[in-house]
Design a protein around this ligand. Structure first.
Ligand code: ATP
Length: 238
């Protein structure tokens, strides 16, 4: 069986800055895989390249056996790769309902879209209570939920999550990670980028450590969590 996602020797740069130099990793169907690494290691750049938002200089991205390296972002969403961007990036002037509807922009079947919306309400009852409130007036945690809900409206097969814990109180971090696990149990494969290595490794099956644009370590999540180098650099020592 081929992997759902296979990234081979990916190079990405911003003008003279080489953000990724030769990144390779894969994600199997049904897995939660995490990419951990410090600020500026290239985690967001990796997700942006997968989503078609940042062009690759070289290397390849295979999704379900199809080369998507140079496909436009809208095609990639239609194929089932959907990103929950860092910093939430919800549409602040639009209502919760409108934000969710925007997530379904690549879909046509009204009944299926409505079913997805009901499913989002089951996962996030708080969004249902705030349907007509504008996104910008939601709390940070609610905005994160809306960002995840909006991504689910696109019917992802592979969900790319960029730092879902950022800026959230610990209790909300727990809540969002529970939801990620729930979404995964429902059959969605998850690639999770995190600076919160402790939380990420606690829910992932496997992980990769990205340092200055290259993968330095990989392994089962519980092995990485025991690795002295990972503990020292990403888990606060001890
Ligand atoms: P963070 O967790 O801080 O977002 P990251 O691991 O996601 O970090 P990236 O945002 O992917 O890292 O950045 C990787 C490198 O690319 C960094 O050196 C960064 O300064 C650079 N970079 C990112 N975006 C741009 C840009 N738009 N223009 C120029 N350089 C950029």
């Amino acid at each position: 069986m081929m992997a759902l996602l296979e990234v081979n020797n990916l190079y990405v740069s911003y003008d003279a800055i080489h953000a990724l130099h030769g990144v390779s990793f894969h994600v199997e169907r049904g897995e939660v895989v995490t990419l951990i690494g410090a600020n500026g290691a290239g985690k967001s750049t990796t997700l942006r390249a997968l989503s078609g938002l940042q062009p690759a200089d070289s290397g390849s991205i295979l999704y379900d056996g199809v080369d998507i390296t140079h496909k436009p972002a809208s095609d990639i969403v239609s194929m089932g790769i959907v990103q929950v961007p860092e910093g939430r990036r919800i549409f602040a002037p639009l209502t919760v309902r409108e934000n969710l509807e925007m997530g379904a922009f690549t879909r046509k079947d009204k009944a299926e879209i409505e079913a997805s919306m009901q499913h989002v309400f089951e996962l996030f009852p708080r969004l249902k209570e705030r349907l007509e409130q504008t996104g910008g007036t939601l709390s940070g945690g609610e905005q994160q939920m809306l960002a995840v809900g909006r991504a689910l409206m696109a019917k992802p097969k592979l969900l790319l999550m960029d730092e879902p814990s950022m800026g959230l109180a610990p209790i909300l971090v727990e809540e969002i990670f529970d939801i990620i696990q729930e979404i995964n149990r429902e059959g969605v494969t998850v690639l999770l980028v995190e600076q919160n290595a402790h939380m990420a490794l606690s829910i992932a099956r496997r992980g990769y450590v990205l340092e200055t644009g290259a993968i330095e370590l990989e392994g089962l999540a519980h092995e990485l969590a025991e690795n002295p180098r990972v503990r020292e650099a990403y888990l606060g020592g001890g």
